[in-house]
Structure formats: C-alpha cells, structure tokens
Ligand binder design. Sequence first.
Ligand SMILES: [Fe+2]
Length: 218
Amino acid sequence: MNVLSRRKFLRLGLTGSAACITLAGNSAVSSLLPFTPAEVEGPFYPFIPQEDRDEDLTQIKGHHTTAGGEPIYVTGQVTNQQGAPLANANVEIWQANAKGRYRHPRDPNPAPIDNHFQGWAIVKTNEQGLFRFKTIKPGAYPASAQWIRPPHIHFKILKEHYQELITQMYFPDEPLNEADLLLQHKKPFERSLMIAKSGTRYNTIEVFEFSIVLRTTI
Ligand SMILES: [Fe+2]
C-alpha cells in the first residue's frame, strides 16, 4: 500500500485520535483502550496466489470493468492499548463479493463469482497507524439452512511484538446482525467494538471506520 498522508485520512473523516486520555481535575488520567475482540478465521481464507492485492479491491489491474456492487471505503487506525499508533502493521482483509460469494474453491454458495472483484488485500499502516481500503459492501450469504451471515469483512493483523489478531468487521444497522450466531455469541460491549462506525462520505462514497487495538506479546 502507498503510505497515505494524514491529510488524506482527514479528508476521509478519520481523525486517527483514539480517545484514551481523560482529564480528572488538573491531572491527566490515562485509561486503557479495550482490545479488539478476536473471531474465527472462517473457511474461506484465500490461498490461491493473486498478483493484485492492493488497497483498491474494486479494480483489478488490467481489467477495464470494476467490481459490481456498492463501493465503500473502510478505514481505521491500529493502536496499542494506550492508544499509541502502530506504524507498518500488516492489515489483511478478505470478503465475499456483492452477491455474497467468495472467490474460494470451497465456497458452496451458488451465487455468481465476480471476476472483477479482487476479494483480498494486504496493506501496511502508515506512520499514524492508519489504513484504508476501497472495496464493495459484501453481500450476506448462507452459512447453513437456518443461518444467514450478515455482511462482514474478515481481518488479519500482524505486527512485530504484538499478538496476531484475526477478527471480523460488521456493518451498522444490519438486521442480520441480530441473528448472527458468531456476533451474538459476543458480549454486547464486544459487539459494539466489531461493528464499524459510519456517517461520513468521501466523493459520495460511504466511509466505514474500524479501528483496531492489539495486545502485546509481553
Ligand atoms: Fe465470511
């Protein structure tokens, strides 16, 4: 990923300021950020090599057609528990296309593959710990006869001296969130950390903010 300027993130609406300091009287009291909850990797982690894994999942290099579906931005900051930004962290995402189909040979969903959707991306955070993807909003898909998974994006974050984190980002105001067996297995506080924040747009495209707090290995 290109190293993105802080100004660019600010234009996207992400301040990058994890609120970890509160004031009590005249003295600053630090409070620790909650760790981002982990989640299962799921069965569709990509393994087939692909050349293009850059931050724009809507456009595969050399294709003249872009991915189908609603384009969105996903942006956030990777920090430690004290709120310090973690630069050069490896942020990997994979997801279903707009119809709810992964580009994975063992996905049983009969929904069509989108040959113009990248589906997988790996970027590095910049000096402020910030990352950004342009992608499409994933579709829901059946996990079983009784269980429809809500739209979500899988994340894997790697950073030296921090524990690997595998998790899933959900979207706000999705009715399927209320019935999802994985998300509802979490405590309410954990659920709130796994559902992205929205409310801003960049060039008319909706921006979802999903910030990540890692545990140290020591
Ligand atoms: Fe999934």
